[in-house]
Ligand binder design. Structure first.
Ligand code: XIL
Length: 329
């Protein structure tokens, strides 16, 4: 790769911010460019899949921590903090769970045992946990997941208490998509975390995933407004899964637009005291979930498929280097 001298992680540290990325062990093991770039530019690592309940739980009562531990070791060896993702979600669940049963007697012990075992296993290693992921539906109601059906809305607070008991030093996040700017869903997430706080749940932050596109992304001022209102609740905010997908084939214009969106999101985070990190959902277009999940879209990341930096890479570097004109500094 035509590596710029300055690294994203140094530039981010100088601004008191962390710059993170989702990572997969397979590429660390077999692609030297992947592991070198990961360690060079990022100071925060989220396992893209390895800490989800399905991958961790091959059978009832069984845990397989090998991949997650190897990612955690990689992070430690390279001075990167670790984001745990995720304890309670309705996707990538263990295949042996009885999805047809909506009984509390079945799901309650599963959740308790899972959070206790996993958060205890990573005790002291995980800086932030996404305790609950995507619990709000697109209409703003609580999503009708097996967790809600079996345990009722109290499962959210319970999950935070369990995580806190197992690892009192970890900062605990609620994480969701589509709740970044102004709108019904971001209002619903705001009300949810406010009620968790009112109930005394140990919640410390909100993760805004930021899977966005040219056609659908928050305005920078709306993102800043939302981060700041969460801040007034005493909550930290992190952008946790940013990618900016483009319609294929890309053009110089669309790559430029991707850079502008990226810069705006980073600037908004830099402007808010309670926004502590931006994590990208991968860093090279060689390995991204986007083409598989959004047909017709791709090229959502900051390096191309041969690890060459794209305009969005330089947009992040620029944002981190310069105070934005509207920050008043
Ligand atoms: C995605 C991964 O990137 C894919 O590899 C996997 O097949 C599905 O999950 N929101 C989340 C992430 O919280 O965990 C998802 O990650 C992307 C959407």
């Amino acid at each position: 790769m035509n590596a710029p001298k300055e690294t994203l992680r140094d530039a981010a540290s100088a601004r008191g911010m962390k710059i993170g990325v989702a990572a997969t062990l397979e590429w660390i093991r077999c692609e030297p460019d992947y592991s070198a770039t990961l360690a060079r530019h990022f100071n925060l690592l989220t396992p893209e899949n390895a800490m989800k309940s399905g991958p961790l739980r091959p059978g009832p009562g069984e845990f397989d921590f090998r991949e997650a531990d190897e990612l955690s070791d990689f992070a430690r060896e390279h001075g990167m903090a670790l984001r745990g993702h995720t304890l309670v979600w309705h996707q990538q669940l263990p295949s042996w769970l009885p999805m047809e049963s909506g009984e509390r007697a079945v799901w309650q012990p599963v959740m308790e045992h899972h959070i206790h075992t996993v958060a205890s296993h990573f005790h002291g290693r995980v800086e932030c946990w996404d305790v609950v992921n995507e619990a709000v539906a697109d209409d703003g109601e609580l999503r009708r997941t097996p967790w809600l059906e079996a345990l009722g809305p109290g499962y959210l607070a319970r999950a935070f208490h369990l995580a806190h008991e197992a690892d009192p030093g970890a900062r605990l996040f609620y994480n969701d998509y589509g709740a970044e700017g102004r709108g019904m869903k971001s209002d619903a997430v705001y009300r949810l975390v406010r009620s968790l706080l009112d109930d005394g749940a140990p919640i410390h932050g909100v993760g805004l995933q930021m899977h966005v596109s040219e056609e659908n992304h928050p305005a920078a001022e709306d993102l800043l407004w939302n981060i700041e209102r969460l801040g007034r609740l005493g909550l930290e905010v992190q952008i946790t899964e940013m990618d900016v997908r483009l319609r294929l084939p890309v053009s110089p214009d669309s790559l430029g637009c991707q850079a502008v969106i990226t810069r705006d999101m980073i600037d908004a985070c830099l402007m808010a005291d309670n926004c502590t990190a931006v994590t990208l959902w991968g860093f090279t277009d060689r390995h991204s979930w986007i083409p598989g999940f959004f047909p017709g879209y791709g090229d959502a990341l900051i390096l191309d498929a041969v690890y060459e930096p794209k305009p969005a890479f330089f947009a992040i570097l620029d944002a981190l280097r310069h105070q934005s004109s509207s920050s008043g500094e």
